[in-house]
Design a protein around this ligand. Structure first.
Ligand code: IPE
Ligand code: IPE
Ligand code: MG
Ligand code: MG
Length: 337
């Protein structure tokens, strides 16, 4: 079977959006509007798709429907991190629309994030009404909690690394495992929990999600410098402006010499005022140094390792779902949105 990834994501987006919109209403209206702003703006819905496909792969269509509240939980949790991330990164656009804090101000954006964070747990609790046992719901709670702690830590590392040039590839991988890998890890694990998989299988799926998440973040960094903002829906060069230690920046710093390296060092100082020409020259240096290609190679290595885990699984009940996850994994590192 040939998997049309975009079509498949739309299918899961419909299911999960329906669940989210049905369960997320209340007062004050402006709080709920702010919280739903990014949900309504779109997004790929990759994390719920991972949860539901993993459930389907390991437990068939019934497991997939049990996974729906868990998939909705992981998506609203992800949305919460995006709203707060845009405050931290001072970004004005996401999903092609102005960010929540741009439209409602920081206080309301913080609250909108808090609200979604709480609803994520509410959705997990409600999974007992969708066929999960109490102990399975409890397991799902643990998965989400672990991810939440890791994301906060990862986002803190991300901020700390802005302040220093002394950053290794290992530092980067640890930071992105926490800020991005952990939610993908949780997505895959939640699907496995919904499928009543044995704990070793849940762990294996967790490893799959972590590897996928790291590969995905490297592609995200690449798109932030060389992507088309019309497609990504996000501002270009934001990472350079903020002095983020992306893999691109780390590799470029290690490859460049002399005046070129000094230029990049200066550019990566968040306090340096930067013109568009400066940022374009920075991106050009990253490309010409070979750093961009090297980063993409590393994302390929991680995606291939993620695929190997999928291929190693025994007791798959739906081969189409395994194939879909393989395609989704490839999409994570080749996408342009
Ligand atoms: C953006 O994630 C945040 C990162 C972890 C890089 P996505 O690229 O999945 O964002 P949406 O949900 O599709 O907007
Ligand atoms: C993604 O952070 C991780 C989280 C939002 C937790 P980034 O700052 O790298 O992602 P984008 O590029 O803003 O989506
Ligand atoms: Mg950001
Ligand atoms: Mg960030």
């Amino acid at each position: 079977v040939k998997v049309d990834i975009e079509l498949m994501l739309v299918k899961y987006a419909r299911l999960v959006d329906h669940f989210i919109l049905e369960h997320l209403s209340g007062t004050p209206e402006s709080l709920y509007q702010a919280a739903l702003h990014l949900v309504k703006a779109g997004g790929k819905r990759l994390r719920p798709a991972i949860a539901m496909l993993v459930a389907n792969m390991l437990g068939g269509i019934e497991a997939e429907s049990r996974a729906l509240p868990l998939a909705a939980a992981i998506e609203v949790s992800h949305t919460f991190t995006l709203i707060h991330d845009d405050i931290m990164d001072r970004d004005d656009y996401r999903r092609g629309v102005p960010t929540v804090h741009k439209l409602w101000g920081e206080s309301w954006a913080i609250l909108a994030g808090d609200l979604l964070h709480a609803y994520a747990y509410k959705f997990i609790v409600s999974s007992v009404d969708h066929g999960l046992s109490k102990s399975e719901a409890h397991e799902a709670m643990k998965v989400l909690t672990t991810a939440g702690i890791k994301v906060s830590r990862g986002q803190a590392y991300d901020l700390l690394l802005e302040k220093t040039l002394d950053v290794t590839v290992a530092d980067y991988l640890d930071m992105v495992y926490h800020k991005t890998g952990a939610i993908m890890e949780a997505s895959a694990k939640l699907g496995a929990v919904a499928a009543r998989a044995e704990s070793e299988v849940v762990e294996l799926l967790g490893q799959y999600g972590s590897l996928l998440g790291v590969a995905f973040q490297v592609r995200d960094d690449y798109l932030g410098m060389f992507g088309d903002p019309e497609k990504t829906g996000k501002p270009i060069y934001s990472d350079l402006r903020r002095g983020k230690k992306t893999l691109l920046a780390i590799y470029a710093l290690s490859k460049l010499k002399g005046e070129e390296r000094e230029f990049l060092v200066k550019l990566l100082d968040p306090n340096t005022p930067k013109s568009l020409e400066d940022l374009e020259r920075g991106a050009m240096l990253v490309k010409e140094s070979g750093a961009a290609d090297e980063a993409l190679r590393l994302s390929r290595v991680y995606a291939d390792r993620a695929k190997e885990i999928l291929l190693s699984l025994r007791n798959v009940v739906n081969e189409d779902a395994r194939e879909a996850l393989l395609v989704l994994t490839e999409y994570a590192i080749t996408r342009d949105r």
